[in-house]
Structure formats: structure tokens, C-alpha cells
Design a binder for this molecule. Sequence first.
Ligand code: ADP
Ligand code: MG
Length: 395
Amino acid sequence: MTYRILDAASLRDWLAQQPELSQRLGGAAADWSIREVSDGNLNTVFLVDGVAGALCCKQALPHVRVAPDWPMPLERALYESRYMRAVAPAVAGLMPELFAYDTGLFLIVMECLTEHEVLRSALIAGRAPSGFSAVIGTYVARTVQATGWINQPFETGARLLEQFSGNTALTRITVDLILTDPYRVCDRNPEPEAGLLDDVKALQTDEILHRAVGRLQDRFLTVRQALLHGDLHTGSIMLHGTDVRVIDGEFATMGPVGFDCGLYLGNLALHLCAAPHKAAELRAEMVAFWQSFSEELRSALQNGGGDMWALSGPAGRQDLVASFLKDILRDMAGFCGLEMIRRTVGFAQVADYGLCGTAQERLLARQKALQIGRTLIVEGGSQRSFDGVLSLMGL
Ligand code: ADP
Ligand code: MG
């Protein structure tokens, strides 16, 4: 099928020609109900309901959905489908199931999370049931186990490098929006509110901070520990009760594991800045994330199976895992800081600040996020424990 931007009518026609997908929906095509739910920045998403079941259809547009004059290659849908295929066996039940990918339409058809809600919205509304972070910790650990070098023969990593190294358009977004723009004058940065002008200027002239950001640029661009989700924020997670799912893997690339961990933690920390009365609850989520992540990883890596660490017995492996986790912890702290800063002053800011009751409270929340973000970036690289990272956040 050649590419065209689908609307509800053309999607219905296309689905009607796919026997397996039609069967999942059940009944007559004319009776399927189709609604668009796109709320991300990049793509269109339709939910399709039939008598037998539902489907979620996500199509890449040739431009950024929220900025139509910003062209964007369609191939991001291919990388998202590859990501889903690469990690699915390891994270079954923690991600929607991929049913089909159409190479011409750049269209992903997946399990529809009908009852689920985006975690960021649930947090803002104060109705996210506690415990979701432990699932995310497990999720990240399992992706590392399935795509890293310690449990897999090096040929697996080589194949993943080849499959994802072309995802440069989205990696370019990460490099610009997360790793560079907030620290320089740039048209993409929205005009800050008046009270934040001095703070924004400080980010652009702070040489100590720039050196620390440079170290993280180096980590992101040169370390290839495992296949990253690449955009693991609270808007890329949906949940319903204890059923927690990760979506939106189009930024997938081989990179440092601390990047996924740091983005996730950074979004909890941002929420905390906007809602300081939830400190105890959010601290517990952060602790649960790191605990489940490190425990799951420790037990998975202890058994090995890959070429890396093949010479070491149980004691040697224990030491190697401990130092691997420390590297991840330090990277995580730095990337957490980068995420907090970019979501506060950069192109794609977060809705969490809407929780602040007044403009003055919002300004203070943003200043706090910038201050914690800077501390994490500058001092994250010397942390030795998760408690140390929490104390950099004032927790
Ligand atoms: P983008 O890449 O544009 O950010 P997302 O993958 O985040 O797109 O999807 C946009 C929105 O579509 C999500 O915030 C969510 O509301 C909805 N959505 C995405 N995947 C599913 C799914 N499998 N089931 C139900 N809704 C989904
Ligand atoms: Mg998204």
C-alpha cells in the first residue's frame, strides 16, 4: 500500500481488507466505531471498536503533528514496530501486543488499551494507584536482559545496532531537545515567563553545567549498553489498576541504560516539583522503581549467557553487576536532571505544572526543577547509592 494520511473512513476501508484484523474486530466494517485520540506530539492514533474486540492504529505523519512545518521521516513507525518486536518476548504483558505493521502506510496496529489511562494524566488527576514504578523498574531491567551484552551473545547486540542505528531523525530530536537546546539560545525554546528569564540565561552561560552536560552527551552518543525505549516519560505509560503498559517506543536506539531510568525518574521528580505535598508518595515510587530494577537486573545478570563476563564465576559476576549498576545509577542521575530542565524550559514542556494553584507557585516549582536538575547533572556522576540520588532531589 502506498503512503497516504489515513482518516477514519480510509482506515476503515483498509482494515476491512485485512482478514486477520477484521476478525479481531468482528461484525461488519460499517459498524466499527473509530475515534482519533492523538495527544502525543508526533503521530495520529485511532481507536477502533468492533463487536468482538478493539484495535489501536498509530500512523506516522510526514511532519510533527503539533508543528506541521517541521518535517519528520515516516520511518519512525518502522523503528517503533522493530522496538516492539525486539523487546516483546521479554516484556510480554507490560506492553501492548503488536498485531500488524504496514510498511507502506507506516502504520502500527496493536492491542487497544481500552480501559487504560496515560500515567501523566492519572498522576495529575491524583488517581494513579501506587505501585506502578515497580512495574516500570521490571520493564527496563527485562529490556536490558533481552538486548544487552551480558545475557546475549554479541551477535544479538550487533544485529540490534544495525537495526536501530538508522533511527537518526528521532535521535536528532533527543540530541537537540534534551541534550543541547535548553543550554543555548534557540528558536525552538518557547519564550520563558518573565520571572524565569534570569534562570534561563544562567543555563546558557553556566560553564560548569555545560561541561557536565558534555559528559552526558558523550555517554548518550557513545555508550551502547542495551536497546533503549528512548522516551520513557509518564506520557509513554498507560495503566489501569495494576495493569501497567509501556507505549510509544519510536525513539528506540542502542544507548546507556541510565537514559531510560533517568527520563522516567525525571518525570516523577517534575511531578514532585509541581505537587510538593505528594513527596512521600513519589519518593516511595522512586525507591520502588530502583529496587525492582536493580533486583531484577541483578538476578538476571547473575546467570549470564552472553560473551561479556563469560570468564567470571558467581563472586566475580557479583562484583561486575555491582559496578554495572553503579554506572547506570550515575548516568540515571544526570539524565534525570537533563529531563527536568528540558521539560521546564524546552520545546516539549509538561502539563504537571498546571497543578500549581497560582502563577507564583508555578514559577517557584519551575525554579526548583531547574535547580534540582542542575544539581543532578553536575553531581550525579559522583553518586554511589540511590539514597544519594534522592538527597540531590531534597528527598
Ligand atoms: P506519539 O508518538 O504521538 O507521542 P503515543 O504513542 O504517545 O503517540 O500515543 C498517543 C496517545 O494515543 C496516547 O497518549 C494514548 O492516549 C493513545 N494510545 C497510544 N497507544 C495506545 C494503545 N495501545 N491503546 C489505547 N490508546 C493508546
Ligand atoms: Mg507519546
